[in-house]
Design a protein around this ligand. Sequence first.
Ligand SMILES: Cc1cc2nc3c(=O)[nH]c(=O)nc-3n(C[C@@H](O)[C@@H](O)[C@H](O)COP(=O)(O)OP(=O)(O)OC[C@H]3O[C@@H](n4cnc5c(N)ncnc54)[C@H](O)[C@@H]3O)c2cc1C
Ligand code: FES
Ligand code: FES
Length: 485
Amino acid sequence: MGNRRTVRFLLNGELREVVPTSPTQSLLNYLREEERATGTKEGCAEGDCGACTVTEAELTETGEVRFRAINACIRFLPTFDGRAIWTVEGVANPDGSLHPAQQAMIDNHGSQCGFCTPGFVMSMYTMYQNGETKPSRERVLDCLSGNLCRCTGYRPIVEAAMKMGDYPEARTCGDTLAERLKAIRPEGTLEVETAAGNRYYAPATVEELAALYEANPDAVILAGGTDVGLWVTKHLMDLKTVIYIGGIQDLKKIEQRDGAIEIGAAVLLNDAFPVVVEQYPEMEELWKRFSSTPIRNSGTFVGNLANGSPIGDNPPPMIAVGARVVLRKGDRRREMPLEDLYLAYRKQARDAGEFVESVRVPLRRESVKFAVYKLSKRYDQDISAVCAAFALDIENGRVKDARIAYGGMAATPKRASHAEAALNGAPWDEASVQKAMSAMEQDYQPMTDMRATSEYRMTTAKNLVYRFFVETTSGQELSLYAANN
Ligand SMILES: Cc1cc2nc3c(=O)[nH]c(=O)nc-3n(C[C@@H](O)[C@@H](O)[C@H](O)COP(=O)(O)OP(=O)(O)OC[C@H]3O[C@@H](n4cnc5c(N)ncnc54)[C@H](O)[C@@H]3O)c2cc1C
Ligand code: FES
Ligand code: FES
């Protein structure tokens, strides 16, 4: 049997079978230009504003339906093969009455110019579909973290979201959805090729992926597309060959074995973080401040490591705790410490045709003191100027093993080896900490850019060592998040 060429999905409950005009056509452009469903707006086309938010539903391996709010502007249409999408046009009740998410927005004066409103409604609708009809304020703030409004000041919108449950119960997507999704569940590789020669593959198994990538080493691996999507929408790149890994069930697994949690390459950020936070509760604030709910619903945990950005948030804490990546090329697998993956700016130790299959995150050891700090201009939905992570094994007041890693301080995520050396074997006291802070100057010569000056980065990087010392010795967390929770 040959490969499939048609993308099948449900749009507001109706089946669509589409041969995409381009593998990198965004869902947003498809909706607005081909479906004329213009309720979904374009604000930024880079995942920041939430005007394009829609609801995606997917069948899990165990047959349950998962609803997620996602950004339509940076997700390519073929990635919805076998899934269901709801837009603002499809949420009202069959009798024409409004959905509680819509009615609550009206009654609470949650809309002024209205440009952001469909996006907010879809984030709220997603909560409703997931059974969160009377969410707490904290939950609402998290779920709406990816929706920006320039008019309302947010209070009425937050109140509307908290009050959805006060309205007569709305129709949900129905028990038949799981059956309908089962009927369009993808089988075999999806292959899209355009007249211009652009190709898109969505293999169904890891073996097919490994063979495809080995044969097409110049292809772009597409996971959640929260980086790759912007290459197209902002940098107007013409991606010749794309291999999508987000439909491979085996890569969506999280397993605990041999003293580590193994997170597959297609596990979403929002699915991986809770498991990692169970081991390292100190990462909870980073999870909540990592982009926004819709970005974490598309982007993958491993994609953030494989992308290798010097300002990515996951590499520093994962390097500090000693995570290892499993690389695969064809049938061959090898494993390496995460820090060894990063050779230079955007240069990695992966061979041509080799991809990251999973990351292995060691289970927490009790003697390890750990923290991660993110410094950015905004509290959430912002990229770090500096991200610092510390994992210190301390025994009888002495540092047995120090692992310190920073983002934003060098061309790659990088360990602070001189600062570590200053601490290893030394007492965990003020004098040792001061030495480690001074040693930091040998570790990094940070750059000045739009996020921070070199001086700011160096000063705060040193001060974060001191903050870690104060927190670990006083037992008191100094963060705003800790103060509010
Ligand atoms: C609005 C917005 C806010 C953001 N905020 C943050 C933030 O606060 N902190 C932060 O760290 N990041 C942030 N990001 C970036 C973050 O979402 C991505 O880095 C994400 O984690 C990458 O995962 P992905 O699945 O989307 O990868 P993709 O975009 O699909 O891929 C990213 C890169 O990694 C490669 N790749 C992906 N998976 C593999 C694999 N298994 N093997 C080999 N190569 C692979 C791809 O080829 C590509 O080069 C933000 C992005 C947006 C759009
Ligand atoms: S248009 Fe702004 S997030 Fe999509
Ligand atoms: S109502 Fe105008 S941007 Fe939100």
